[in-house]
Structure formats: C-alpha cells, structure tokens
Design a protein around this ligand. Sequence first.
Ligand code: NAD
Length: 288
Amino acid sequence: MTERLDGHTLLIGLMAYPIRHSMSPTMHNNAFAKLGLNFAYLAFEITNEKLPGAIDAIRTLDMRGSNISMPNKQKVIPLLDKLDPATEMIGAVNTVVNDNGVLTGYTTDGIGFMKSLADEGLDIRGKKMTLAGAGGAATPMAIQAALDGVKEISIFNRHDEFFDNAKRNVDIINEKTDCKATLHELEDQDDFKKEIASSYIYADATSVGMNPLQDQTLVTDPTWFSEDQIVFDTVYAPRDTKLMAVAEKAGVKHVFNGLGMMLEQGAAAFKLWTKKDMPVDYIREILF
Ligand code: NAD
C-alpha cells in the first residue's frame, strides 16, 4: 500500500453514516492494488448536515469521486452538477464522478443487479419480473431492468411509507420505457402468488430476510415457485436467507443472494472512476 501511494494518488471517498461496517474500502483498495492503479478509497462518516461541506471537498481536494450511501443518496442530488439519465429516473445517487470540477451523479445498484445475472449466464430481457419492494435497492433494480429491456415488471409493496414510491416507480417506467409495469399490494396474497407464477424471475428487494428480520420470508410456500425460475434475494447478510431455502426446497435451479449484485455495483463505480474493469473474480475471493 505505502509503495503505491505518492504525491499523485487520487482519492475516492465513501460518504455515509453509519459506514464503518462497509466492505467497499476493502473491495476498491484491493482492486486498485491488483491493477497497480494510483487511487486510494476511504470511508468518511457523513451525515446530512455535513454533506454540503463533504461535496465541496470533492471539488476543493480534486478528489476523483465518491460513493454515496444512506442517509445521503437523495440529499446529494441538488449539490451535483449533472445526473446521468437513468439516475435522474431513479432519483438517488450512489456514485459521484469528478471530471475537472464537474460532478456527475450515477446509480450503479441496478447495473449491478443486471450484471450479476449476466455473470451467471442469465438474461431477463424480454421476460417478466415480479419484484417485491420499492426502496433504495428496489428502485434502481426496477428502473435499470426496464431500461435494459425487461418486458413486464409487477411491483409489490406493503402499505407502508414506500407504497407511494412503488407507484412512482411504476409510473416512471410506463412513461419512459417500453416495459409494462404494474402496481400490486403485498397484502393480496392470491395476486402475489399469481404474478410470481407467471414470471421468469422473482426478486425480493425488501428488508425481509435481513437482520432483524432474518427468520422471515415473504414467500413461505415452495409450491409458488417452479424449477425453471430465477429467485433472487438482495439480502447478503445472512448469505443463506429464508427465501433462498424456500426456493431451494422447490427445486429452483437459479437461486441467488445479493452478493453478486453488491460486487457488480462496486465494479460499475470502479469503471466510472478509473475507466478500468475491476478484477471481479479476484475481489470475489477476497470478500466472500
Ligand atoms: P429501504 O429501507 O430503502 O426499503 C425497504 C423496503 O422493504 C421497502 O420497500 C419496504 O416497504 C419493504 N419492507 C420493509 N419491511 C417489510 C416487511 N416486514 N414486509 C414487507 N416489506 C417490507 O431498504 P433498501 O436499502 O432498499 O434495502 C432493502 C434490502 O436490500 C436490504 O435487505 C438490503 O440489505 C438489500 N440491499 C442489497 C444490496 C446489494 O447490493 N445486494 C444493495 C442495497 C440493499
């Protein structure tokens, strides 16, 4: 590390709170070292209050960019100069790139979701997806899938503070893409079962399955799934979720947790900053 850092090293940040648990510094610094790139990635505890000063620092220190996570993904937007078109639709930013003082916001979670499926040789373009959730992970997944050519998306959410967001995601997909999106209530179990049965992929992007809800799953009955479907859980801690166990019991061939998505969202940000491909197989071995 010390051999690599010198007076020319470019800094990339991670601005979020809390953030000390993040795997991103390990991911990116190991990738820089492997490729011999003169970058360093550091995590900073940044609350909403500290965000304007932190974004100014990207310009002042001529940092190459930053990752942005909760609680700053939406608050950062007015502080940037530009958004890429998909990010404009998503309405949240997880990556900032500094090109000579011009800060552009991107969201790589949806790209990471689609790429993680492609890594497994799976192509959901032209197919139907049922997606549970409408929060920070689900929104980029839905919008990127629609932009990439998924034919139909049935979006389910319970009637909580995210339901309006689910409606917004459906409206924006129908307005701006060729994908047909529909809004569904998670409370309607017959509808949920029917939509999953007619989908090639079921993706759960809710907090269910993750600590403290690690003993729960939205689908408990294996007969809801069939062998040739894809079942994708965005949760990666724990690595084996309750949903995955139900899908495996049903004999589903393609069952995934969110580790591949997490890795590929990082790889997409890495490419934006360095213009190089992250050595993902090497990083996968280090992280997982
Ligand atoms: P969020 O708070 O923005 O959204 C939470 C979503 O879960 C909402 O749609 C909410 O309605 C739903 N929800 C919460 N509790 C529920 C319950 N009991 N029953 C039904 N629905 C419920 O959170 P987020 O940032 O979108 O994270 C959601 C999940 O995605 C988490 O498990 C997180 O670990 C995972 N995630 C994975 C990646 C990755 O790269 N794999 C990235 C981000 C988030």
